[in-house]
Ligand binder design. Structure first.
Ligand code: IPM
Ligand code: MG
Length: 357
């Protein structure tokens, strides 16, 4: 098969992980007789440097013309303190919205080899951690109105609004139920219905959907409690569906209990098969250029792209098995290092994974 992949090299450490991921994709292409064509796309800090805009239309168009997009991470301290449209992150938000990617899928699964790296007690980890956060990605306060006004008394007041309409809730709610149907048929809707109108509307829409999925054991949980339950008893979760910002926060928490945020990939999809695949971690500016960053989340994101957008399950399995073998051999990057393991850098980790494919 021939596929056109738009590649966003990203900022800071991101280029190092994308480089390893492309090497892995090339190896897969050679092994299975595919052709992957890559088109570089500038987004985030790189696009701000080149074009003074974190995602110019011509760069978004390249993504829309591709079969899928692979992204490392954006964000650079150089742009810190800059407001609104000129932030690298704004490019990412415009990319998600511009591609219509409302469904962000973030798996939290413990690799048994990394159990020691989890901050949770072994007695909790032993129960198993294997759930998915289905995060709404192009609504809520990320895309509501943001403004800062000066009040009559001279004090500044900032307002961020969190709009959700029924169709936005329904389409992500359905993904939640469908994901649960493919797994252990348990769905938890996480919200703040004791305070927010948007959450109460979520519940109303979810109740209608629930009637269509009688096999799914459906429950609801307030987000503060969910944050607590994720570290107290994560084995209770199968699929969590939640709005954009709650999903952002809980997915960082969920990644940490699995050992390292450097291990968690994600997929973002809309109505078609074209997706955006990216690790859930940031651009790690503190270790940029030092060959220290963990490339696995990005490599696993590339595997998700093969599985979900290109229907290449065997190829995705191959990459995941290679990661598994490398972990079995005790190779670890600094973020997930534990006693008795061998510390390696980003490119050595890439080499080791390539050798197993
Ligand atoms: C994520 C990131 C982004 C988000 C930032 C970089 C805007 O934290 O993908 O989780 O909040 O969505
Ligand atoms: Mg985040």
């Amino acid at each position: 098969m021939e596929k056109n992949i738009a590649v966003i090299w990203g900022d800071c450490s991101s280029k190092e992980i994308v480089r390893e991921s492309i090497r892995v994709l090339d190896k897969i292409a050679a092994k299975y007789g595919h052709t992957f064509n890559y088109t570089d796309v500038a987004m985030g800090g790189e696009a701000l440097d080149k074009y003074g805009d974190p995602l110019p239309q011509h760069e978004l168009d390249k993504c829309l013309a591709s079969d899928s997009v692979l992204l490392g991470a954006v964000g650079d301290p150089k742009w810190e303190g800059v407001k609104g449209e000129m932030r690298p992150e704004k490019g990412l938000l415009r990319l998600r919205a511009g591609m219509g990617l409302y469904s962000n899928n973030r798996p939290a699964k413990i690799w048994p080899q990394l159990a020691d790296a989890s901050p949770l007690k072994p007695s909790i980890v032993e129960q198993g951690i294997d759930f998915i956060i289905v995060r709404e990605l192009i609504g809520g306060c990320y895309f509501g109105e943001h403004k800062t006004d000066v009040l009559e008394n001279g004090e500044k007041q900032a307002v961020d609004t969190m709009p959700y309409s029924e169709h936005e809730i329904e389409r992500i709610g359905r993904i939640g139920f469908e994901t649960a149907m493919k797994r252990n048929k348990k769905l938890t809707c996480v919200d703040k219905a004791n305070v927010l109108d948007t959450s109460r509307l979520w519940r109303e829409v979810m109740h209608k959907l629930q009637a269509e999925y009688p096999e799914v054991e459906y429950s609801e949980m307030f987000v503060d409690n969910a944050a607590m339950q994720i570290c107290k008893n994560p084995s209770q979760f199968d699929v969590i569906v939640t709005e954009n910002m709650f999903g952002d926060i809980l997915s960082d928490e969920a990644s940490q209990i699995t050992g390292s945020i450097g291990m968690i990939p994600s997929s973002s999809l809309g109505d078609g098969t074209r997706g955006l695949y990216e690790p859930i971690h940031g651009s790690a500016p503190d270790i940029a250029g030092q060959d220290k960053v963990n490339p696995i989340a990005c490599i696993l994101s590339a595997a998700m792209m093969l599985r979900y957008s290109f229907d290449m399950a065997a190829e995705a399995d191959d990459i995941e098995a290679a990661v598994n073998k490398v972990l079995d051999k005790g190779l670890r990057t600094a973020d997930m290092m534990s006693e008795g393991c061998t510390l390696v850098g980003c490119s050595a980790m890439g080499d080791a994974i390539l050798a197993e494919i």
